[in-house]
Design a protein around this ligand. Structure first.
Ligand code: ADP
Ligand code: ADP
Ligand code: ZN
Length: 213
């Protein structure tokens, strides 16, 4: 099963993608996580990506598309994948379609998690992330067992550099301008499913299971 997650920053894409990956036994591929790992390891890609990410801008398509196309051709993607945070622009969506088309394949489901902007701003203030394993928590709606420590790996939880209120506003405006048009793109392709992301996270997951089963 080949799935992509759509939705504003903070809509819950990562949270749900991890649950989908677990249930359906497919890899969770987050471009944000890949960029953050590159930044942490001080790679050339990481240095370039950081400039854009810190401002709340998108990393250019040239730095993003090939990376994802390579990743989905790895062995563990044979039975599918769940893409989280890619595509984020129409050119990225087209690059993905072209790459899959070459192998006679296509995306099965585009799941759009809908959350209004006002809710997003509130949510982001409480997000805590583990830079070690990519797990995400929320101080109120999804707290870790021990404050400040990742349940998965024991890593230290941090506030993401780009989760400051001002950067969140910028990311939302970039989302509306560049990413929201993808909703129409996948609607036209007949593979779009929209779920109400303001519901508690287990309920959001139930709605996604209904779509996928
Ligand atoms: P969120 O979970 O809040 O949606 P991500 O972790 O997916 O954020 O992405 C963080 C940042 O990484 C983005 O704001 C952007 O700068 C960069 N990024 C991630 N995926 C992409 C992409 N597909 N295209 C361009 N930039 C991306
Ligand atoms: P995205 O990957 O779309 O940026 P995340 O999965 O990182 O979003 O979620 C953003 C924040 O909101 C996190 O702190 C997460 O724990 C929290 N969160 C996710 N889904 C819900 C939900 N349904 N209700 C309340 N909080 C949520
Ligand atoms: Zn962790």
């Amino acid at each position: 099963m080949k799935i992509i997650m759509l939705g504003a920053p903070g809509a819950g894409k990562g949270t749900q993608a991890i649950k989908i990956a677990e249930k359906y036994g497919i890899p969770h591929i987050s471009t944000g996580d890949i960029f953050r790992a590159n930044i942490k390891n001080g790679t050339e890609l990481g240095k370039k990506a950081k400039e854009f990410m810190d401002k709340g801008a998108l990393v250019p398509d040239e730095l993003t598309c090939d990376l994802v196309v390579d990743r989905i051709h790895q062995d563990d993607c044979k039975n599918g994948f769940v893409l989280d945070g890619f595509p984020r622009t129409i050119p990225q969506a087209k690059a993905l379609d072209t790459a899959l088309d070459k192998d006679g394949e296509s995306i099965d489901h585009a799941i759009d998690i809908e959350v209004p902007d006002q809710n997003i701003v509130k949510r982001m203030g409480g997000r805590r992330a583990c830079l070690n394993c990519g797990a995400t928590y929320h101080i109120i709606s999804a707290p870790p067992k021990t404050e400040g420590i990742c349940d998965n790996c024991g890593g230290k939880l941090t506030i993401r550099e780009d989760d400051k209120p001002q950067t969140v506003q910028e990311r939302l405006s970039v989302y509306h301008q560049k990413t929201q048009p993808l909703i129409d793109y996948y609607k036209k392709a007949g593979i779009l499913d929209q779920v109400d992301g303001t519901q508690p996270l287990d309920q959001v997951f139930s709605m996604i299971e209904e779509v996928l089963d």
